[in-house]
Design a protein around this ligand. Structure first.
Ligand code: AMP
Length: 426
C-alpha cells in the first residue's frame, strides 16, 4: 500500500517554493521598512491560549483545532493562528515594559481542520504583523496602509481592502442583542449553523454564505450604525486618515471576522483569481487581548496574510530557478576530485555550477549541459589533467577553447578568463 500525505496537508513542489519565497521576501521587505521586527514562535501552544483569546464560540476553537494530550496530562494545540502566540511571547519577554510600542511580525505554518478546497488547507502558512501599545486611530490607518503596500509589493491582482468597525465592550453587547432578536424572528429561514450561532455568536449571522440566511439578514441592524461615540469617532478618524494618505478602502458593514478578540477596526483583503476562498488576509484591532492573557491593558492592531492565497493571487509572475552558469564535465573518474574542487571555488564566488558524472558519455554530458542553459562547459579529461587546464566549450557560440582554464586557478582569475572566452560573459 502506498502511503499518501494526510488529507489537507500537502507537499510543496520546487516551483511553488520559489513563488512562496518571492512573496515572503517582498512582504518582509515592506514590513521591515515599516519598522517591524521578526519573531519566531512555537508551533505548539497550550490549548488554553486559544480558548481564552480566539474564543470558545469561534469555529476555530469549536471544531478546527488539532489538539492532543501530552504525556504530562496537559492539552496542547497546533497553533491555528499567530496573534495570540505573539502577544503571549511579548508578555512573557517583559516587552510590555521594555518595548511598549513594539512592532513585530511572524511567519510560518498554521493548522486548522477545515474542509479542504482550492486555497483552503489544513496546514497553511501565514505572514502576520502586530503593532502593540497603540490605541490611536493612526495605528489602525498605518496597519491598513501597510496591508495595501504588501499587496502592491507582492503584485496581487485586483485586490480590495474592506473596512468595518466591530464596536467595543460599550456598544457591542446591545448590538448583539438587537441582532439576536432580528435572527430569532426569522429563525425558521436560518441554516443549521446560524441557528446554533444565534445565541452564542450572532455576529456570524452576517457573513453566512447560505442564500436563505443572506435574505433573512437583509435589512438587519449593522454595527456601524450602532457604534458608541468613542468607537464612531475612532472609525471616522481611521477612514479620514486613509483617505488623506491615498489608500483606497471599501466599507463592508457585514464583515465580522471569525475571531472573538477583535474590537473596533476590522479589515479584510480580497483578491481576484481565488475562487470562493477569496480572502487573502485580514486583521483588526484587539485591545483586550493582552489583558485576557493576564498582562497589562495593552492595545494592539494587526493582521495576517495567507501565503498560499497570496501566491495564487499573484500568479502569472511565477519565478523560475536561476539558470545554471557553468557546467563542469569530468570525462573520466580520475578527473572527478579536481572537478569537484574547481566547481566548489566557482560556487563560492557566486556562480551556479553543475557537476556532470563521468559515468555518462561525453555526448550525454553535453546534451544535458545544453538543456541546463549554461553558457559554457569546462571539460576535464586525460589531456586536460596532464596540462593542468580545462577545455572551455562556449555553448553560445558553439566553439571550443582547448586547455584554457587553469584547474587550480583562483576563482576570480577563472571567472575573468571564462568571461573573456565566452562572448557575453559566463
Ligand atoms: P484568519 O487568521 O482566519 O483571519 O486568516 C487570515 C488569512 O489566512 C486568510 O485571509 C487566508 O488567506 C489565510 N487562511 C486562513 N485559513 C486558511 C486555510 N485553511 N487554508 C489556507 N489559507 C488560510
Amino acid at each position: 500500500m502506498k502511503l499518501a500525505a494526510v488529507k489537507g496537508f500537502r507537499d510543496i513542489q520546487a516551483g511553488e517554493v520559489l513563488a512562496r519565497r518571492a512573496v515572503l521576501e517582498a512582504s518582509c521587505e515592506v514590513l521591515e521598512n515599516y519598522g517591524f521586527e521578526e519573531l519566531e514562535l512555537p508551533l505548539l501552544e497550550k490549548v488554553e491560549l486559544f480558548k481564552r483569546t480566539v474564543g470558545d464560540t469561534s469555529d476555530i476553537v469549536e471544531k478546527e483545532m488539532y489538539t492532543f494530550e501530552d504525556r504530562d496530562g496537559s492539552t496542547l494545540a497546533l497553533r491555528p493562528e499567530g496573534t495570540a502566540s505573539l502577544v503571549r511571547a511579548y508578555l512573557a519577554a517583559g516587552m510590555a515594559r521594555s518595548q511598549p510600542e513594539g512592532r513585530f511580525y511572524y511567519q510560518g505554518a498554521m493548522f486548522r481542520r477545515e474542509r479542504p478546497q482550492k486555497g483552503r488547507f489544513r496546514q497553511f502558512s501565514q505572514i502576520g504583523a502586530e503593532m502593540l501599545g497603540r490605541s490611536d486611530p493612526a495605528a489602525d490607518a498605518e496597519a491598513v496602509t501597510l496591508v495595501a503596500d504588501i499587496c502592491e509589493a507582492v503584485g496581487l491582482r485586483e485586490y480590495r481592502v474592506e473596512l468595518n468597525s466591530l464596536g467595543d465592550d460599550a456598544c457591542r453587547p446591545a448590538y448583539r442583542k438587537a441582532l439576536e432578536a432580528w435572527g430569532q424572528e426569522r429563525i425558521d429561514s436560518l441554516c443549521e449553523d446560524c441557528r446554533s450561532r444565534l445565541q452564542r455568536n450572532p455576529l456570524r449571522l452576517l457573513d453566512c454564505k447560505v442564500e436563505a440566511c443572506r435574505e433573512a439578514m437583509q435589512g438587519a441592524p449593522m454595527m456601524v450604525d450602532s457604534l458608541c461615540d468613542d468607537c464612531e469617532s475612532h472609525h471616522g478618524r481611521v477612514n479620514e486618515l486613509l483617505t488623506e494618505s491615498g489608500v483606497e478602502v471599501t466599507a463592508n458593514p457585514r464583515m465580522v471576522r471569525g475571531l472573538d478578540y477583535y474590537c473596533r477596526t476590522a479589515f479584510e483583503v480580497t483578491a481576484a483569481g481565488l475562487g470562493s476562498q477569496d480572502a487573502v488576509g485580514g486583521g483588526g484591532r484587539y485591545d483586550g487581548l493582552a489583558a485576557l492573557l493576564g498582562g497589562p491593558d495593552i492595545a494592539g492592531v494587526g493582521f495576517a496574510f495567507g501565503l498560499e492565497r497570496m501566491v495564487l493571487a499573484a500568479a502569472g509572475q511565477e519565478p523560475s530557478a536561476p539558470p545554471v552558469d557553468i557546467v563542469v564535465a569530468p570525462l573520466e573518474e580520475r578527473a572527478l576530485g579536481v572537478v569537484l574542487g574547481l566547481a566548489r571555488r566557482l560556487r563560492r564566488a557566486g556562480k551556479r555550477v553543475e557537476v556532470e558524472s563521468p559515468s555518462r558519455s561525453l555526448k550525454a554530458q553535453m546534451k544535458r549541459a545544453d538543456r541546463s542553459g549554461a553558457a559554457c562547459v569546462l571539460l576535464v579529461g586525460e589531456a586536460e589533467l596532464e596540462a593542468g587546464k580545462a577545455t572551455l566549450r562556449d555553448m553560445v557560440n558553439k566553439a571550443d577553447h582547448a586547455q584554457l582554464i587553469e584547474l587550480d586557478g583562483d576563482a576570480e582569475q577563472l571567472i575573468k578568463c571564462i568571461g573573456e572566452a565566452v562572448k557575453g560573459g559566463a
